[in-house]
Design a protein around this ligand. Structure first.
Ligand SMILES: Nc1ncnc2c1ncn2[C@@H]1O[C@H](COP(=O)(O)OP(=O)(O)O)[C@@H](O)[C@H]1O
Ligand SMILES: [Mg+2]
Length: 406
């Protein structure tokens, strides 16, 4: 209340006089005869000013003053003190009084003091309000800043990822081109070597050293041919024939092929296929290739130590997810971004193609592959392939592909 004034005095005369003088100037006046009653009215009416007598029976003026200033800081206090109490005034001002008036007072003096305190109060309160508003605005600006920084970071990361992905795509495309031509050039003379070796073998005495040499040549020729075929597989899509594929079926088929390997190396297979998995339109051979390459990497990682291989399949409204996790030694973090590079291998006899083939296939379906930081040791690969037609288009256009997840 901005024009409410509470007068607290035990002398009825003073109460009446003050009420008269202040009331005539349009103030709304409340009256209390003791400190206790005064506090109650301050709480109830919220006056702008309490005109408070210093000499009160019961709760004294100083205590009342402190209580008002502490509990109701919006109510300012002007003290009434008797003559001879001037030295008290300093104490009262320290305790939070805004001014003091000596009794007996003149009415114009009272009005002037009250008017002054009201002006100061108004200025101070609005100043406080402004400070609070300023504080609030600063906080708001700060939070906007943080949001901006976060967005910039996010966009920068997206750009970096897109750039990395572009580099890999370009590399794969260039490589495919070179490899395609190279394989062709090499396979012709290789074929000839094989044929000549066969001629030598058929003409040599079966038990002779020559026959054994010819046999070795043929074996090596086969090995080279095998590598070339794999190379070709990374560079282009052969006999692509799409059909409706049920991933658990493919997973099981490939696992079946590996079953004796699993047994020999003490690898336990755990399959966890979610319900109602949608079919995807894909080339069965390519999907098998994904499983084969990932599983054979896991097997190689667990050779000699045994372990667990988990294959999980589940879906959401956009993607079918495949998670393949093994309990091998895992992939060091610094290799996360390299393992999909063609030719990157850490194995003595590795070629470094398996994962680049997986990446190429997954990308061709508009999907993505992530290598995930696992909690324990072991490698975790996460592939997502869109299962609805629109989704496939959209994701392919968004050029998702490889990403390393933290
Ligand atoms: N399951 C896995 N556990 C540990 N390392 C793996 C795993 N899968 C892939 N890697 C790492 O990724 C590299 C590339 O794999 P890949 O492209 O299949 O080529 P390669 O198997 O011929 O080395 C491997 O050499 C290995 O360092
Ligand atoms: Mg491999």
């Amino acid at each position: 209340m901005d024009n409410g004034i509470l007068v607290i005095d035990d002398e009825p005369m003073i109460l009446e006089l003050a009420a008269l003088v202040l009331g005539s100037r349009g103030y709304e006046v409340f009256q209390a005869q003791s400190g206790e009653e005064g506090l109650r009215l301050v709480a109830e009416k919220g006056p702008a000013i309490a005109l408070l007598d210093y000499m009160l029976p019961g709760m004294d003026g100083m205590t009342t003053l402190r209580r008002i200033r502490q509990d109701y800081p919006q109510t300012y206090v002007v003290m009434l003190t008797g003559k001879g109490n001037q030295e008290i005034a300093v104490e009262l001002m320290k305790a939070g009084a805004s001014d003091y008036i000596l009794k007996p007072f003149k009415s114009h003096d009272l009005l002037e003091r009250i008017g002054n305190v009201l002006r100061i109060r108004r200025a101070e309160l609005s100043n406080q309000e402004l400070l609070r508003e300023r504080e609030r605005l600063l906080k708001e600006i700060e939070s906007w800043n943080q949001e901006l920084e976060r967005r910039i970071e996010e966009k920068t990361k997206e750009l970096e990822d897109a750039h990395k992905e572009l580099l890999i795509s370009e590399k794969l495309a260039a490589l495919g081109h070179v490899v395609g031509g190279m394989v062709h050039e090499i396979r012709n003379p290789l074929n000839a070597i094989g044929l000549f070796a066969q001629v030598l073998q058929s003409e040599a005495d079966k038990a002779s050293e020559n026959a054994a040499c010819a046999e070795k040549i043929l074996q090596e020729v086969d090995r080279i041919d095998g590598i070339l075929v794999k190379l070709l597989a990374t560079s282009r899509r052969s006999h692509f024939s799409p059909e409706k594929i049920f991933l658990p079926e493919v997973a099981q088929r490939v696992a079946e092929v590996f079953s004796s390997t699993f047994k020999a190396h003490k690898i336990r297979l755990h399959c966890d296929f979610g319900p109602d998995l949608p079919r995807i339109t894909a080339d069965a051979g390519e999907i098998e290739q994904i499983f084969t390459n990932l599983i054979s990497n896991s097997v190689q990682a667990m050779v000699g130590r045994g372990g667990d291989l988990q294959i999980r399949l589940f879906h959401d409204d956009r993607f079918v997810h495949l998670i393949l996790a093994d309990s091998g030694p895992g992939i060091p973090r610094e290799n996360f971004s390299k393992i999909f590079d063609p030719f990157f291998t850490t194995k003595e006899k590795g070629i470094g193609f398996g994962l680049s083939v997986v990446l190429r296939i997954v990308k061709s379906y508009g999907g993505a592959i992530f290598v995930e930081e696992s909690e324990g040791p072991g490698a975790v690969f996460h592939i997502q392939i869109p299962w609805s037609r629109e989704e496939a288009g959209e994701v392919a256009a968004g050029a998702m592909g490889i990403a390393v997840r933290d």
